[in-house]
Ligand binder design. Sequence first.
Ligand code: 7PM
Length: 277
Amino acid sequence: MQLDCAGIKVDISSPQVMGVLNVTPDSFSDGGRFVDPDIAVNHAEKMVEAGAMFVDIGGESTRPGAQPVSLDEETRRVIPVIEKLRQRDLPAVICVDTSKAEIMRHAVEAGAGMINDVYALKKEHALQTAADLNVPVCLMHMQGTPGTMQKNPGYKNVVEDVYFFLQDRIRHCIEAGLGREKLLVDPGFGFGKTLQQNLSLLKHLAEFGKFDVPVLAGLSRKSMIGAILDKEVDQRLAGSMTMACFALSAGVSILRVHDVDETVDAVRIFSAIRDAD
Ligand code: 7PM
């Protein structure tokens, strides 16, 4: 199974690692460390050297309570980093983490080969723009917005509700001309879910393989880990790795993580076991 990311073809028959690069001053786990483009690019390069096949660059924090960022501000934060990263010509895919159509277009023109949209292309012009750009898009489920999503999230059945949401978004994409071979789905851990709802989604993660599109999961350092272990963000590596291994066993294709070295090791071990006789 291959993902064609604006010319870079990624073999996703084996799980891949996506390194997180938040170029925002307030992201929950590394807020403010990578606002300077040169520092950001160096960190991205380190993640690729450590084995990340994707670098996810986001200029608008989507953690609970995060405030929206203007188009100009998000452009200022994201595009220079993509341009500098492109110049390094790394053996990896630059993924832009945005919900704004204009940023998607500007980012792909600057060298991004994939879009990660926590709003699943629901914002104005996003769906048509993504179809025009014809790069892979990760469609993620979120209930509400970052400002509201953790205030009493409710579902009839969280696994079914998220499944049907993603099924509907896939249908809209195909109708807009974005082929199934360009789509990925993601249940959106931490995006409008209680701890129990997150755990139920993780327990039933294999269900999302039924779409026959790659599944991406973002579990790294999230508050659901903190809630179980009662540990701060910088103490969640073991918890993150355990959830990553569970996700691998459930068939996930891309793991979106902060701790690339460790996760690459886990993927290599998982693949060795899976490929044994
Ligand atoms: C709460 C805390 C919510 C931290 C989100 C975060 C995902 C993502 C992010 C994900 C996809 C953070 C994340 N999480 N994109 N962007 N899937 N596709 O790491 O799970 O800051 S933001």
